[in-house]
Design a protein around this ligand. Structure first.
Ligand code: 7TS
Length: 408
């Protein structure tokens, strides 16, 4: 039995989209790792912004500009507290995790030289691989891969062996989007620090499901995307320790990020504005704050516990279907199940169950090296959120059995 601290049927009322039908069937949304759905509290914050105080920020003396500035900076404070950063200036608004990682990778061009090494885990999303390859191309540094095993667990002894005085950076996701593995970042971080390397943790998949304390972790950089946290697309954040952000050069030049500009020389604004050139996604930032307020009313600990129950239930049910193989079987997982059914292409399953109203993702999940490791073209990925139910999982299992019968 799922015992839960949260009232799911009340929570589902907050998400209008969960009432819609797809192909004549009630929507069952199991593609939460791609993007989460949006509660009406967050939509209300967007309507409220455009209805009442739409204005550009940080530059107007008029009332609307001041209200918008206050709300935007208020959202920054909410993000700071959500991740327990020491200071608000350590939170940079970005367009999402991809932007956050590129910001750091570009800045590190200054600190990295030929022969230095960047360690990256074997289970990264492309957005935590390609920017580091580009950095290595620019600087002559070397990208090295921390390997994993069949279960989708990083080999910590191999990681230890890779660490050396040449290691300048270690980059790793907290949770793998393709496998659901929760990586032991509380061990990975101090091991990197012991050789003087900085650590960037991609928190795109962990921030919606696990309580994160950046100070306790002592992580140098941490990223998140609002759209995976019940917020809107096009906005996210980079946490960076003040000492790192202070020395990291800006990523983009323009308005808002300067202190003084002459044709001879420009001086940059203080943190966090040095990294926030141009008019930002003001409404998105405010809605990001509203999304965190919403998650706080439920509580990340309760979310984590409930989603774990869903994961256990779904895994049990799924393994009873003959021919199912699950990729990512670590003991420490979030509610992501990547799997295949023997002899059937994942795309065919995805297409058929969509006809039954069920949304899952199929393919490589922007993690081609993970698929290459298992020598498969892709997987079917079901990823759950706190608004999903055990009944939806039952429907999903029924749909899979039906699709399997039709395709075999
Ligand atoms: N890192 C991880 C671990 C991710 O899962 C994603 C998006 C990103 C980075 C990029 O985030 P963005 O907000 O900048 O796009 N992952 C997925 C996914 O699994 N399916 O669609 C997007």
């Amino acid at each position: 039995m799922i015992k839960t601290l949260i009232d799911i049927s009340r929570i589902r009322e907050d998400f209008p989209i969960l009432k819609r039908k797809v192909n004549g069937n009630p929507l069952i949304y199991f593609d939460n790792a791609a993007t989460s759905q949006t509660p009406k509290q967050v939509m209300d914050s967007i309507v409220n912004y455009y209805s009442n105080y739409n204005a550009n920020i940080h530059r107007g003396v008029h009332a609307l500009a001041q209200e918008a500035t206050e709300a935007y900076e208020g959202a920054r404070n909410k993000i700071q507290h959500f991740f327990n950063a020491a200071k608000a200036c350590e939170i940079i608004f970005t367009s999402g995790t991809t932007h956050s990682i590129n910001l750091v990778a570009n800045g590190f061009t200054t600190f990295i030289k030929k022969g230095d090494e960047v360690l990256v885990s074997a289970m990264e999303h492309h957005s935590n691989i390609v920017p580091w390859q580009m950095l290595c191309d620019r600087t002559g540094a070397i990208l090295r891969v921390i390997p994993m095993n069949e279960e989708g667990v990083l080999l910590m002894d191999k990681y230890q062996d890779l660490l050396s005085d040449n290691t300048k950076l270690v980059v790793c996701n907290h949770v793998s989007n393709a496998l659901g593995t929760i990586n032991p970042i509380e061990e990975i971080i101090p091991m990197a620090h012991a050789v003087g390397a900085a650590v960037l943790v991609d928190g795109a998949q962990s921030s919606p499901h696990i309580k994160v304390d950046v100070q306790k972790l002592d992580v140098d950089f941490y990223t998140a995307s609002a759209h995976k946290l019940c917020g809107p697309t096009g906005v996210g954040m980079l946490y960076g320790k003040e000492e790192w952000l202070a020395k990291l050069p800006p990523y983009q030049g323009g308005g808002e990020m300067i202190s003084e500009v002459t044709f001879e020389k420009t001086t940059y604004a203080d943190l966090p504005y040095k990294f926030e050139a141009g008019t930002p996604n003001i409404c998105g930032g405010i809605a990001f704050g509203a999304a965190l307020d919403y998650l706080n009313t439920i509580g990340l600990e309760a979310i984590e516990e409930y989603e774990h129950e869903l994961l256990t239930y779904a895994t049990d049910q799924l393994t009873q279907i003959e021919g199912v193989k699950i990729y990512g079987t670590s003991k420490n997982k979030t509610a992501v199940i990547s799997f295949n059914i023997q002899g059937i292409h994942p795309y065919d399953i995805g297409t058929l169950i969509d006809k039954m109203g069920i949304a899952v993702r199929t393919g490589q999940h922007c993690a081609q090296p993970v698929m290459d490791y298992y020598k498969i073209p892709g997987t079917i990925r079901a990823s759950f959120s706190f608004y999903n139910t055990r009944e939806e999982i039952d429907q999903f299992i029924k749909a899979l059995r039906k699709a399997k019968e039709m395709l075999q």
